[in-house]
Design a protein around this ligand. Structure first.
Ligand code: CMP
Length: 137
């Protein structure tokens, strides 16, 4: 059993597709072990994406992630990390396979509907960033 962190980003929340995206997870064998809708502060977004702080897109990424509420969730299941990444599709929606969340709901590489942890190590850090163990079940 594995856990990974998912974020439904401000573009997808604004479009009103929270339920549709959470359904993709549940319909594909991923349990929603924790979830919360919240508004990230600038400090939250900068800390969460600290690994990207030197990248040219960092400023735009932070601005976008605080432009409206997000939904953060812990997804749990067998191979949860890979499964979530398959369901999301490529980071750039133009390259995302048909039927993936990003192909169906994302606009561009910045407003790309969802985030998912990219390694088991990062998943543990990202989950702990948003949730305490007693909130996850
Ligand atoms: P995410 O999985 O949330 O991780 C970092 C985000 O930066 C990524 O999704 C994209 O939305 C955004 N981003 C913008 N430009 C790029 C880029 N050139 N490469 C990777 N990520 C980018």
């Amino acid at each position: 059993m594995e856990r990974t962190l998912s974020i439904i980003k401000p573009d997808a929340v604004a479009k009103g597709v929270i339920g549709k995206i959470l359904d993709r997870f549940e319909s594909n064998g991923l349990k929603i072990a924790a979830t919360r809708k919240m508004q990230l502060s600038r400090a939250d977004a900068e800390a969460f994406y600290a690994v990207h702080s030197e990248r040219p897109f960092f400023g735009d990424l932070v601005d976008f992630m605080i432009s409206g509420p997000v939904v953060v969730s812990v997804l749990e299941g067998e191979n949860a990390l890979i499964k979530n990444r398959q369901l999301m599709g490529a980071t750039n929606p133009k390259e995302a396979e048909a039927g993936t969340i990003r192909a169906d709901f994302a606009e561009n590489i910045d407003a790309n509907a969802v985030h998912g942890s990219d390694s088991a190590e990062n998943a543990a850090v990202e989950i702990a960033f948003f949730f305490s163990e007693r909130e996850i079940s």
